[in-house]
Design a protein around this ligand. Structure first.
Ligand code: ATP
Ligand code: MG
Length: 250
């Protein structure tokens, strides 16, 4: 289970996250929606301490961290529990697909090169890139690069994978192949928190949908609850804007 309690983050005087509480059960896919600037990326970054929350507590699996009193060792331990998939892929440009996936296994997981290679090949095959092992990022399409990013995250065997708009940098015709891979690994029971504007994906794959605005969780529920029967005005306004065909009455 993942439990965020009272997560608060300010940049200077600008409070970006205001006492966020969120629970994600093991194996659940949670989708976070919200307008630009609402704090979605900052929240994901707080979960693996790419941003340091000013206050709050993060529980991932059996590891609990109080953000006010976190030591370097605590942060290192927490980071082992999650992996992030970025909008812009963030692959090493001078490494092949295979080397990109192996990196974490050798450096973080301390596997032998041989073992890391075998596991990385299996993961790249899983995301449909068995024929691209030796390709460099510049030789791959955006969708293929993102699938390498997903294989790299899976390699770390984290308790949770954090996806920050994984398809928003892609040409429309490449979105489907990446969503298909995410769907496939969701079915395997990997816990995920996904920031996305892909409403079809959210409806089909999410167990739980969270709507954020202005640094707070405005509303959350099952996809049916949130999409078919939103309670809050702000949620209705947002959904109306991004899925006008659904005709929310405001
Ligand atoms: N490093 C930073 N320094 C100062 N302000 C920041 C920093 N990172 C984010 N912010 C501010 O925090 C707010 C929330 O940003 P965040 O990136 O979390 O939003 P978001 O919901 O992910 O938006 P988008 O949908 O555009 O990606 C914004 O007002 C942003 O300008
Ligand atoms: Mg963002």
């Amino acid at each position: 289970m993942i439990q965020l309690t009272n997560i608060t983050k300010s940049f200077g005087r600008h409070q970006v996250l205001n006492k966020i509480d969120l629970t994600v059960q093991k194996g659940e896919v949670v989708v976070i929606l919200g307008p630009s600037g609402s704090g979605k990326t900052t929240l994901l970054r707080c979960v693996n301490y790419l941003e340091k929350p000013n206050d709050g507590e993060i529980l991932i699996g059996d590891y609990r961290l109080n953000c006010k009193h976190a030591s370097k060792k605590d942060i290192y331990q927490l980071r082992q529990k999650s992996a992030m998939v970025f909008q812009q892929y963030n692959l090493f440009k001078h490494k092949t697909a295979l080397e990109n996936v192996m990196e974490g296994l050798v450096v973080v997981k301390k596997l032998s090169k041989e073992e890391a290679k075998t596991r990385s090949i299996a993961l790249l095959e899983k995301v449909g890139l068995g024929s691209k092992l030796d390709a460099y990022p510049s030789q791959l399409s955006g969708g293929q690069q993102q699938r390498v990013g997903i294989a790299r995250a899976l390699a770390l065997e984290p308790e949770v994978i954090l996806f920050d708009e994984p398809t928003s940098a892609l040409d429309p015709e490449l979105v489907g192949e990446v969503l298909a891979v995410i769907r496939k690994i969701a079915k395997e029971g990997i816990t995920m928190i996904v920031v996305t504007h892909e409403m079809g994906f959210a409806r089909d794959v999410a167990n739980h949908v969270v709507f954020m605005d202005g640094g707070v969780i405005v509303e959350e529920g099952t996809p049916v609850e949130l999409f078919n029967n939103p309670q809050e005005e702000r949620t209705k306004q947002f959904l109306k804007r991004i899925t006008p065909e659904l005709n929310y009455s405001i």
